[in-house]
Design a protein around this ligand. Structure first.
Ligand SMILES: Cc1cc2nc3c(=O)[nH]c(=O)nc-3n(C[C@H](O)[C@H](O)[C@H](O)COP(=O)(O)OP(=O)(O)OC[C@H]3O[C@@H](n4cnc5c(N)ncnc54)[C@H](O)[C@@H]3O)c2cc1C
Length: 495
């Protein structure tokens, strides 16, 4: 074991959130020392890992970008490499890069109430050794899914298939799909991105979905931003367009919740208008669930609809009976011939990048904890986590979490306290922390923290409300206790 060193704040993960968290710390608590531990050898997280054709955001960069760094690229829905460059540039600008320790995968963190410190153990992928660091505050920005393996459901008969099978999370650099017959299995954000992108060179791309998803076309450029940029500097344009997009997205979400039938009709009509006459919109684009029960898929400039209209791509809504030597046989009896099959079947959720938390010698069972303001856990002192919105851009929430952590750190210093411990709600119902019915969420809900029925344990998934709560709301409330080093943390996990 190497020697232990100490920082005030230890950030886990150098993706969009971890780099943002470090910048917030530098801006708001410049006296604090910090380090970022990153499992991989590079910055960017999601936006570095995913390399499939066409990889892009599906929310606009005015809200997926940081509050403190204007997004100046003309494309509002941006390519993966532009987002990666933006995160790297931000890290460079703020001097964060020099504070990142790469190839350090955090495997466990031990809180000790007697010293009010975390001891964090990381495994070094480069040297194979385990190293420990101590910190006063542990801030996880480790995303929400497994990096080493995407989700693939059982694929009957797959061993017979003579073609190539790839998962979007592990895109092979040598895969040449030009002239190939491609089947993309899935109907989520990744599938709707891949299909038009691969259709540019493939012979034909078929999107094979068990059931449809809501798909909405949005312009890849923001016309309001383009107009404002002609007369105003970027610094002024950015917050205006950011708020415009926040309010539009909130209105869209609220309308979907209050009048789902209306939104369903609008989405159906919009899809029909972009597809060939006679196209079976109901079969392929009308899900059984309501809009926003699962994330809505955005297609920039309607590229998916265009690929279908041009005959370069098609959608088949059916179930796999079995793979054959040459493709896939469907329950309907139809056969899809394929040279390449892409399993755009999702992610495996993973909390805190797989690290375990221990408080005064007892391992924390996440399923027994309740989230406080969606960013801390009951019974776990001096700890924060970044989990973005499910109905809006991730960074909107990540920025607020980092802002709140900085406020808490300043409050602890001012009040002469060292420890902040969230408490569980005194009673009332508990709910799953994520309110989406997507398969990858449902598969993991049992192992995740819960949320309470009311503030400060309830997640509102509403940015405007969270701005009031987290930028301006009280730091001392019934959901949290401040203290100094000394007594072991008594169990604050609700029975
Ligand atoms: C293909 C794809 C497209 C997406 N598009 C959008 C979108 O358009 N809009 C949106 O809002 N969201 C989108 N998301 C969600 C997306 O993950 C977030 O937008 C954002 O990138 C999350 O950033 P993050 O830094 O929190 O997590 P990540 O990007 O996952 O980064 C986490 C980092 O932590 C590191 N790490 C993890 N565990 C450990 C550990 N134990 N020790 C050390 N380091 C660790 C990882 O190596 C990684 O670098 C998308 C997700 C995917 C997969």
């Amino acid at each position: 074991m190497a020697t232990t060193d100490h920082v005030d704040v230890l950030i886990v993960g150098a993706g969009l959130s971890g780099v943002g968290a470090a910048c917030h710390l530098i801006r708001n608590c410049p006296e604090k020392t910090y380090a970022v531990l990153e499992a991989r050898g590079t910055i960017g997280g999601t936006w570095d890992l995913f390399r499939y054709p066409g990889v892009r955001s599906d929310s606009d960069m005015f809200t997926l970008g940081y509050s403190f760094k204007p997004w100046t690229n003309p494309k509002a829905i941006a390519d993966g490499d532009a987002i990666r460059s933006y995160v790297r540039e931000t890290a460079r600008e703020y001097g964060v890069t020099d504070h990142i320790r790469f190839h350090h995968r955090v495997v466990r963190a031990d809180w000790d109430s007697a010293t009010a410190r975390w001891t964090v153990t990381a495994h070094r992928a480069d040297s194979g050794e385990d190293v420990t660091l101590t910190c006063d505050f542990l801030f996880t920005c480790s995303g929400y899914y497994r990096y080493d393996e995407g989700y693939t459901p059982p694929l009957p008969g797959v061993e017979r298939f003579a073609g190539r099978i790839v998962h979007p999370q592990h895109w092979p650099e040598d895969l040449d799909h030009s002239g190939a017959r491609v089947v993309v299995i899935g109907s989520g954000a990744t599938a709707v991105t891949l299909v038009p992108a691969m259709a540019e060179q493939a012979d034909h791309v078929t999107m094979l979905q068990r059931s449809p998803t809501y798909v909405m076309a949005l312009p890849s450029r923001d016309v309001v931003a383009d107009a404002l940029r002609r007369v105003l500097p970027e610094k002024a344009v950015y917050p205006v367009v950011r708020w415009k997009n926040v309010l539009l997205a909130t209105a869209n979400f609220q309308l979907s919740r209050r009048a789902p039938a209306v939104v369903k009709r609008l989405l159906r009509r919009a899809a029909r208008g972009r597809l060939p006459v006679g196209y079976d919109v109901d079969r392929h684009f009308s899900p059984r669930y309501d809009p926003w029960d699962q994330r809505l898929c955005v297609v920039p400039d309607g590229d998916l609809f265009t690929a279908i209209t041009r005959g370069r791509a098609s959608i088949v809504t059916d179930t796999i009976d079995t793979f054959t030597e040459t493709g896939i046989r469907l329950r309907s009896g139809a056969e899809l011939e394929a040279d390449v099959v892409v399993t755009a079947t999702g992610l495996n959720l993973l909390a805190f990048g797989g690290m375990t938390l221990h408080v005064d010698g007892t391992e924390v069972d996440l399923a027994d904890t309740v989230a406080y303001k969606g960013m801390m856990l009951s019974g776990v002192p001096n700890f924060a986590m970044t989990i973005g919105y499910t109905n809006a851009s991730w960074t909107l929430k990540a920025d607020l979490v980092a802002t709140y952590v900085c406020r808490l750190l300043r409050h602890l210093d001012r009040a002469g306290q060292q420890i902040v411990t969230p408490l569980p709600p005194p009673g009332g119902e508990l709910h799953p922390i994520i309110d989406l019915s997507a398969g990858y969420v449902l598969r993991s809900l049992d192992a995740l923290p819960k949320q309470g029925a009311r503030a400060p344990w309830r997640l509102h998934q509403n940015y405007t409300r969270d701005v009031l709560l987290m930028r301006h709301g009280r730091l001392t409330d019934e959901g949290v206790r401040f203290s100094r080093a000394g007594a072991p943390e008594r169990s604050t996990v609700r029975a």
